[in-house]
Design a protein around this ligand. Structure first.
Ligand code: AMP
Length: 127
């Protein structure tokens, strides 16, 4: 099985330790959500697990059921807070989780971007 090495000096680890500030949207026992410092849409929130997971597949393989449920319910709660849920009259949103080199992941701690508040265009440019 592939092993991930977690770098505890990444910026989100520092946020979780309280070493640098964040603009919190939601906090639970296992999850933190905060506004992206460089928003790319009117709503742009990052949702991260508190545990040391590099990217989504790492988390999905190694996190506890409790962490996984908490993380996913937190994503839904962030969508509710932002008012973007299409099922509740919101305009919708996009979830993105970049991983590794091809995914152009800048911060090596799992994060899901929730973007909304305007039409977001096509997901990817056609090759
Ligand atoms: P990614 O390319 O998916 O790794 O995205 C990393 C995201 O983290 C970018 O959208 C950055 O704007 C965001 N970011 C970096 N540092 C901070 C910070 N201190 N607080 C909030 N968001 C940050």
């Amino acid at each position: 099985m592939m092993a991930y090495e977690y770098d505890d000096q990444n910026i989100f680890a520092k946020i979780l330790r309280g070493e640098i500030p964040n603009d919190t949207v939601l906090e639970t026992d296992h999850t933190l959500a905060f506004n992206d410092i460089t928003p790319q849409a009117p709503a742009h929130v990052l949702v991260i697990p508190k545990g040391p997971y590099v990217c989504y597949d790492h988390f999905a393989l190694e996190a506890s059921d409790t962490e996984i449920v908490d993380f996913n319910r937190s994503i839904a709660e962030v969508c509710r807070i932002l008012g973007v849920q299409p099922g509740a009259g919101g305009g919708g949103y996009r979830m993105i989780s970049n991983a590794g080199e091809h995914g152009v992941q800048e911060v090596p701690h799992l994060h899901v971007h929730i973007l909304g508040g305007r039409p977001l265009g096509r997901m990817l440019q056609r090759m």
